[in-house]
Design a protein around this ligand. Sequence first.
Ligand SMILES: Cc1cc2nc3c(=O)[nH]c(=O)nc-3n(C[C@H](O)[C@H](O)[C@H](O)COP(=O)(O)OP(=O)(O)OC[C@H]3O[C@@H](n4cnc5c(N)ncnc54)[C@H](O)[C@@H]3O)c2cc1C
Length: 381
Amino acid sequence: MSVSIWQADDTQAWQEVDFLVIGAGLAGCAAAYFAAQAGHDVVITDARDLALGASSRNAGFMITGLATYYHRALQRYGQHVVREMWDISQKSIGYWREFAQMGAVRLDECGSMLLAETKEEARELEQAARAMEAAGLPLAFIEGDPLGRGYHAAIRQPQDAAIQPYELVEVICNASGARLIPNNELYKLEQLDKETVIAYTRQFRFRARYVMLCTNAYSPLVHPYFVGKVIPTRAQVLVTAPLENTPIVGTCGYSDYGYMYYRDTFDGRLLVGGGRNHHREQEHDTTDDRTTDPIQRTLEAYLRRRFPDIDAPIERRWAGIMGFSVDGLPLVGTLPELPRVGFAVGFTGHGLSLGAATVERAVDHLLNGAPLGAVDAARLH
Ligand SMILES: Cc1cc2nc3c(=O)[nH]c(=O)nc-3n(C[C@H](O)[C@H](O)[C@H](O)COP(=O)(O)OP(=O)(O)OC[C@H]3O[C@@H](n4cnc5c(N)ncnc54)[C@H](O)[C@@H]3O)c2cc1C
C-alpha cells in the first residue's frame, strides 16, 4: 500500500490527537480500549474500515498457548518464555470473554481439540501433553481417535472457545469510546519534537502525543523497521452450506501441527481452513488476499477425507493476511528514532490467543515505559 501525491500532497487538514491508533483490527481496537482506560482520548484510523484485515477473516479459535506444541515450544523458547506466553494467552482470552459479555458477541465455550493426523504426530502430542501436565496446565490427553474420523490421538483443552470475531471487534471498538476514521491510509511518520508525532494520512495530518501501530501483516509496508521481522502470510478457509445435522458440534479441531483446522459456525456450517504447509512458497510473503485453487483443493480434500458424511455444497471461500514474526512471538516496542510511536504486531496467526494482553503491555510500555518481557522486539536486534 502507498499513497500518491495526487491523493495527498502533505497539505491535508490538521487534527490534534492525544492517542492515535493505526489499524482497526483486534489489536488496534484493544489498544484503543487500554489507552482510553488509562485516561487518553483516542482516535483509530484504518486504510480500509473496522476489522477488514485478518480480524474478521479468521476462524475465531481462542486456543490457549503458542503456535508450536508445548514441548517443542519449551525447546525453542525455554521454560521461562513459554510460561510467560501462556500467561499472556490465558489473560488475552479472559479479556476477549469480558468484551464478549459487553455486547451480543456469539461465543461457543466448546473447548478445543488438538488432533494427530499420523502416529508420529500422536507421539508428539503425547509428549506435549506430558510437558503441559508437568507445568500444571489444564488438559486431557486422549489416546486413539476421540471423534471416529481417522485421527490418532488428541489433546483436549477444556478452557478454549470459538468466537464470532467481527462481532468481537465491533464491541471492543465501541467499548473503547474511540473515534474511528476509516478509508484513511497512513503513509509517513515524523517525530516533530520529544512529545509530538506527525502522522501523515490520506485525509489528515495528525499531530499526536502518542501513536500506536497495529498494522500486523502490513507493517513492513508502513515502516522499514519491520522488513524481515514481520512476514505477511496468507491463510485461507472454506465454509459449507448449513448442514442438516452438524456432526461436529462443540469443538474447534486443530490438526496436522495446527496447519489444518475446522469448526462449526454459529449457523450450522462447517468451516475448514489451513493447508498452508503444502503450498509454502505461494502463501508466504504476500499481501494478496485472493483465494487460490491449490489451497482450496487441499481444504476440499481434507473435508472429503475427514468428513465423508458431509455432502453440503461449499458456499464461501476467503483468504486473509496474517503477520508472522520471524521467531513466532509477537513484536512489541517503539520505533527507532520515533520514541512516541509504539507497535504491537507479528501475532503469527494467534491474535485471538495472544492479542489482548500483548497489546495491553504495548500501551503500558508506550505510556509508562513498562517492561515488555518475552514480547520485546529488541530480542531481534
Ligand atoms: C483465515 C485466517 C484464520 C485465522 N484463524 C485464527 C484463529 O482461529 N485464531 C487466532 O488466534 N488467530 C487466527 N488468525 C489470525 C488473526 O486473525 C490475527 O492474528 C489477528 O486478526 C491480528 O489482528 P490485528 O489487529 O493485529 O491485524 P489486522 O486485523 O490485520 O488489522 C490490521 C489493520 O491495519 C490496517 N492497516 C494496514 N496498513 C495501514 C496503513 N498504512 N494505514 C492505515 N491502516 C492500515 C489494515 O487495513 C487492517 O485493518 C487467522 C487469520 C486468518 C487470515
